[in-house]
Write a protein that binds this ligand. Structure first.
Ligand code: ADP
Ligand code: MG
Length: 337
């Protein structure tokens, strides 16, 4: 070896890269999914959507220090990297076909990669959504998943389809992920409220459940939908803007976990309205569809709650228990503000 030649980089080295992919991301017998003709191993994957369907495609990137804490459990990270993408398919009512994984790694750490892959594949298998390709390089830890789904033309649940008079619904419960995040950041109001962080709250932040079945069950029932990633107020704001309507949210009968109920009101509202990382679905449906919404919730085994209604215009109004509007400021999460 000449003295100027660098030792091979275990990630960039072609043998190293392929071996890493083979060890952690190629699974025996794949592709198994009916829509996947060719998976990992060629220049492109080949997918065949069901006859007459459109593709629904979305990417989400997770960057260390920005979207997750350094040192987070790799199994949870694998889960979340796919979950946030499946949540986007859920919000459109699309059925998952497959996903790709672009991975930048500071070093090859096999135990870390094995745990990451186990979290990733457990969720992928749950949703019948196989890994069909990707890219692997050396660099700061960065995970980008692109998910591909299918939906019949004209049926997807879009942000621009809310109509005046629609009910507004939210699936599951929201705000816990924000409470968990503030607790992990050791924010005084969060640590004062909870001496330690219960696992179920931490899981809401680190292991969200994408509402894929609910999204599909709402096709032909809901008008507009969005997944709650950046905080309810901001995300509902996207629907209002795209649809040219306003909204009223009732602050009573909100689905709250005990820990959120116990928070002082300003912090509770902050978690509920500006929280983020909930990965629940917010959707609108005409009042004539109330029974159908209940049916969709039942068939997908996902709780949904009616929390407000779409109005003609005028932005977002919060209505308190006495029926009065109350002032507040929207602060959805934005990486550039
Ligand atoms: P190319 O040079 O044609 O872009 P690569 O050498 O990057 O292909 O990758 C070889 C094969 O391995 C391709 O099928 C690619 O999709 C797949 N692949 C690379 N990285 C990953 C990964 N992190 N997860 C899954 N598949 C991957
Ligand atoms: Mg190629």
């Amino acid at each position: 070896m000449s003295p100027t030649r660098k030792p091979p980089d275990p990630v960039q080295d072609r043998r190293g890269e392929f071996a890493l992919i083979a060890r952690h991301f190629v699974r025996p017998g794949s592709p198994r999914s009916p829509g996947v003709e060719l998976g990992i191993g060629d220049d492109c994957a080949l997918l065949t959507p069901s006859p007459g369907h459109q593709l629904a495609i979305s990417s989400d990137m997770l960057v260390e220090g920005r979207h997750f804490f350094p040192g987070v459990a790799p199994e949870a990270l694998g889960h979340k990297a796919l979950a946030v993408n499946l949540s986007d398919l859920a919000a459109m009512g699309a059925r998952p076909l497959g996903f790709t994984l672009a991975l930048s790694l500071p070093a090859v750490d096999d135990p870390w990669l094995a745990a990451f892959a186990s979290g990733l594949f457990a969720l992928a298998d749950q949703h019948g959504c196989p890994l069909v390709g990707g890219d692997t390089t050396r660099g700061p830890l960065n995970i980008c998943v692109t998910v591909i789904g299918e939906v019949l033309p004209g049926r997807a649940l879009r942000r621009d389809a809310a109509q005046e008079g629609d009910d507004i619904y939210v699936s599951g419960s929201i705000g816990e992920a924000r409470l968990a995040l503030e607790h992990l950041r050791a924010t005084p109001w969060a640590t004062a409220a909870l001496p330690s962080l219960p696992k179920h709250l931490r899981d809401r932040l680190e292991r969200p459940s994408p509402r894929v079945a609910l999204g599909q069950a709402l096709l032909g029932v809901a008008h507009a939908a969005i997944d709650l990633s950046d905080g309810l107020a901001g995300d509902l704001g996207h629907i209002l803007q795209a649809s040219g309507v306003g909204a009223e949210l009732q602050l009573v009968n909100w689905p709250l976990t005990a820990e959120l109920k116990a928070l002082p009101e300003p912090h509770r509202l902050e978690c509920l309205l500006n929280g983020g990382d909930d990965y629940e679905l917010l959707f609108t449906a005409p009042t004539s569809a109330r029974t159908a919404v209940d049916q969709a919730a039942k068939s997908s085994a996902t709780p949904v709650h009616r929390v407000g209604r779409i109005t003609q215009a005028g932005g977002l109004r919060l209505i308190d228990a006495t029926g009065n509007a109350r002032p507040w400021t929207a602060r959805g999460y934005d990486h550039f503000i």
